[in-house]
Unconditional design. Structure first.
Length: 330
């Protein structure tokens, strides 16, 4: 709930102080008149998570820059596949978009025997943001370092549980890869969103999370959870005392949680280009970048082709983890 309140507050500041508040400028409209009406951004995650936060910031600024309302609709479930399928089946006219975490765009095919959409057929607009992941344990867990965690898990195979936002999500697969690299056996407990899984870690119902930094930063600072490492290549300025996994002796596990914006398959290239330019302009805005940095998010942006190549690379990488671990969602 704190994240939702923070998004509302940020949107209010952006609305009051951001550029473009006087509506669409002359000549700003695309040659085909797009957009000529309300645009819906479907978020394949619950309110308050990374995709939702970024989508609401973008919706506010895009509405001002493009002169039409951009509204957010949360459609979580099935690791993001419910929202993704709805957008995949929508008219490819640029009026329904998908803001998604990695799972519905990268891991859905190897996870599901039957899937109502083709993740590779979406028209990528841009990678919106990247968020560092961390390894966090409950406050009274009998390990204060990654080395101690590994030793404890090896001595208690299958007895250390870790939660995630769902089967096939980046935190889940990060945990599976960590177990493989360290020769440990962990028990996965899937949830349907970030808030509940973090609350259960604080309450002691879970031992361990591989989770986005922003989800546990306040709890770490308050001492209600312990943060053992970040899964980034270098230390994160927001938590400078927390070592990287490499420093802790585990290599081969860089892991960020990223959020992408995509359009339905067969969306006209002119509309893709129009939206890509607008999204990049928002992400490059210093005020937006500062707001995202306060939530430990890094704006990414780039071209549609760059987004497509990045998603393909992530699909191959995590698909290998899924197959090696024998993970199935059905």
């Amino acid at each position: 709930m704190r994240n939702v309140a923070r998004v509302i507050a940020i949107a209010a500041v952006v609305a009051a102080t951001g550029p473009g508040t006087t509506g669409r400028a002359a000549g700003q409209e695309a040659p085909d008149g797009y957009p000529g009406r309300l645009v819906k951004i479907v978020v394949s995650a619950p309110p308050g998570g990374g995709p939702d936060i970024v989508a609401r910031l973008l919706a506010d600024r895009l509405a001002k820059a493009m002169g039409q309302p951009f509204v957010v609709e949360n459609r979580p479930g099935a690791g993001g596949s419910i929202g993704a399928e709805a957008v995949a089946l929508a008219e490819p006219d640029g009026y329904t978009l998908l803001a998604a975490q990695p799972a519905p765009l990268t891991t859905s095919v190897p996870l599901h025997k039957k899937l109502g959409y083709d993740p590779t057929a979406f028209a990528p607009l841009a990678i919106m943001t990247s968020i560092p992941n961390t390894i966090a344990v409950r406050a009274d867990f009998p390990a204060a370092t990654v080395a101690e965690l590994i030793a404890y898990a090896r001595a208690n195979p299958g007895k250390v549980n870790f939660g995630s936002q769902g089967i096939g999500t980046t935190p889940h697969l990060t945990g599976e890869l960590f177990a493989r690299l360290t020769g440990t056996k962990l028990t996965h407990v899937p949830y349907r969103g970030t808030t509940q899984v973090v609350n259960d870690l604080i309450a002691g119902h879970l031992d361990l999370l591989f989770v986005q930094l922003d989800a546990v930063r306040e709890q770490y600072q308050a001492g209600t959870v312990k943060m053992l490492a970040v899964t980034t290549a270098s230390r994160v300025p927001a938590v400078p005392a927390v070592p990287t996994l490499h420093e802790a002796g585990v290599d081969g596990l860089p892991s960020d949680t990223w959020n992408a914006l995509v359009a339905p398959p067969r969306t006209p290239p002119a509309i893709v280009a129009r939206l890509n330019r607008a999204v990049n302009a928002v992400l490059k805005d210093p005020e937006i970048a500062a707001h995202l940095a306060a939530m430990n998010m890094t704006p990414v942006g780039g071209t549609p082709d760059e987004a497509r190549a990045f998603i393909a690379k992530e699909t191959a990488r995590w698909g290998d983890v899924i197959r090696a671990a024998g993970i199935h969602a059905d």
